[in-house]
Design a protein around this ligand. Structure first.
Ligand SMILES: [Zn+2]
Length: 547
């Protein structure tokens, strides 16, 4: 066998070695920082290094066809490089929900994430192997010889992987048990695994036909005698965490407007609310799902959601989106996006501040089906909120009480207090937006158009550098409190209090109970007086406070 003919397997193992080594620097850093003796950690590094190299070589062998290998290897190397950047910058790991989140990210969010640092990391991690790969000749063989070589490569790779795995079994097993997130740090296998899982989720079309929810939904007795229709605004926040919420006792006053509403007009703050997921992709459908998180509300929806039930009962439903869309939740109800409006002072560079959702709202309500609107309206506002990493872009210049603020996408490069300033400004702006929304709702009520109320809840929290973590999306089982503890408030106009029989004093006394996104579905149905088997009053937050 000549030297030229041995090359393809050289390429497989050299690329695998590069991917396992420089392509996994965050993983090796993480392992090296673990507790234990130096010898113990070195053995762990060597064992896992060999397992990762061999597994990657097996995967590459599978792809070692003349016209497939270079593009496929290039893709894997680039994926490893991008992952390395995001792990370094934000402490995120690549699991199926994170990949699904990436796949649903729009251009604007990608632009927020781009930075010089990213270019540098990609050049460093992907440059050398790609330069080498594209400068070597491609050897062609007859198909059966190629098949034989590839299969041999796969088998050898798997044998080495199993051998190395068994040899360092004890260390690896305890590593995987105690640090579950480490498995999602293995580049690029984490992304290959995640892509397979996400693709499998999309596959069977019969599963994607949604099961109906609340087919028996009807409007309750309050509608028979109503003078005005009810209007409930459900504001879905973005990336707001409970810890920085003024009403929850944060050292800074980030929620002055809501505090006024709390002191003067019956707003109720709920300090103990847990999100369903740690990213929008999981939390958003879950908030509207009839299922609790435990029963699968955090999985890809297979059932219709809250909005379908409200609409089926005969109400008008409108979804206003100032972010990257409703992830399929609003597909069957009226919906509109405000992020592409061109409102002077409110919109800039293809996105708008959240107040844009209040612009022309009366007209949007007036345009809803008149028969349904006369019964009642549920209005969802999907905020841009505190979407990172470019927090400073989420707030208008005249609404930045905390300065100086971090203006870079490279969060770890900012002074921690400037990062917190930029983030707290987004909370303060959400407070302002909610104050404006409450004012609009109160006006609807005093002018006799609707009996109004509001529920606000954030989709998930955010890490601001605690334990080296930034952004969100850490797998739920080991997510830090900052990513799952979210703010929530509720407000009912006197007319809606009377109509629903809910006592605000009682609600305030119960507000510190442990709640979660699981409660939203049932509480909205309760407040809107929609009866259905799908409604569980045990999860309806206002149920114990009805007279
Ligand atoms: Zn989100």
């Amino acid at each position: 066998m000549g030297a030229a003919e041995r090359r393809p397997m050289h390429a497989v193992w050299l690329i695998a070695l590069w991917l396992a080594g420089p392509g996994n620097l965050p993983l090796w850093q993480r392992i090296f920082a673990l507790e234990g003796t130096l010898a113990h950690r070195l053995v762990l590094l060597a064992g896992l290094g060999l397992v990762v190299t061999a597994a990657t070589a097996a995967l590459l062998s599978l792809l070692a066809w003349p016209r497939v290998f270079r593009p496929a290897a290039t893709l894997l190397v680039l994926v490893a490089a991008f992952n390395t950047h995001f792990m370094w910058q934000y402490g995120v790991v690549m699991d199926p929900t994170m990949l699904a989140n990436v796949a649903h990210t729009d251009v604007r969010e990608v632009r927020d994430l781009l930075s010089l640092h990213l270019v540098g990391t990609v050049l460093l991690v992907a440059g050398p192997p790609l330069w080498w790969l594209w400068h070597r000749p491609v050897v062609s063989r007859v198909w059966w010889a190629q098949t034989g070589r590839n299969l041999t490569g796969v088998v050898v790779g798997l044998l080495v992987m199993v051998g190395a795995g068994l040899a360092s079994y004890q260390g690896l097993a305890s590593l995987m048990r105690n640090h579950k997130d480490v498995r999602y740090m293995i580049n690029p296998l984490n992304s290959v695994y995640a892509a397979t899982r996400v693709a499998a989720d999309q596959l069977p079309p019969q599963v994607r036909t949604l099961q109906p929810t609340g087919e028996d939904a009807t409007l309750g007795a309050s509608y028979a005698t109503q003078v005005r229709p009810p209007l409930l605004m459900l504001v879905v926040g973005e990336t707001a965490r409970a810890e920085n919420w003024g009403l929850n006792g944060y050292a800074r006053e980030t929620t002055p407007a809501l505090r006024r509403w709390q002191e003067q007009s019956g707003l109720v703050n709920f300090p103990q609310v847990r999100s369903c997921g740690t990213n929008t992709q999981v939390s958003l459908p879950c908030i509207f799902s009839p299922l609790t998180r435990e029963d699968g509300g955090d999985k890809t929806p297979t059932q219709e959601n809250l909005l379908d039930v409200l609409q089926r009962a005969g109400l008008a439903v409108l979804w206003l989106d100032n972010q990257s869309g409703c992830k399929g939740i609003c597909d069957r109800v009226s919906h509109a996006s405000t992020s592409e409006l061109n409102l002077p002072g409110l919109c800039e560079g293809g996105e708008c501040f959240d107040e844009a959702m209040l612009h022309g709202l009366d007209e949007r309500i007036a345009a809803l089906d008149p028969v349904r609107r006369a019964r009642g309206v549920v209005l969802v506002m999907h905020q841009m909120g505190s979407h990172g990493p470019a927090y400073s872009k989420r707030t208008p210049v005249d609404r930045k009480p905390f300065l100086p603020e971090c203006t870079s996408n490279t969060l770890s490069a900012c002074a921690p207090e400037q990062l917190v300033n930029a983030y707290d400004n987004t909370i303060a702006y959400t407070d302002h937006f909610l104050g404006q929304s409450l004012q609009w709702l109160q006006q609807q009520s005093t002018e006799g158009r609707f009996d109004t109320g509001m529920i606000y809840v954030s989709d998930h929290g955010e890490s601001l550098g605690e334990n080296g973590l930034y952004l969100h999306g850490v797998p739920y089982a080991f997510a830090p409190d900052q990513q799952t503890h979210v703010p929530m408030v509720g407000w009912l106009s006197p007319a809606l209090q009377q109509r629903s029989g809910v006592s605000i004093d009682c609600l305030r006394q119960q507000a510190a109970a442990r709640l979660s996104h699981d409660n939203v579905f049932h509480t909205v149905l309760g407040l809107m007086d929609v009866s259905t088997q799908a409604r569980d009053n045990a999860l309806n937050v206002v149920a114990p406070c009805r007279s």
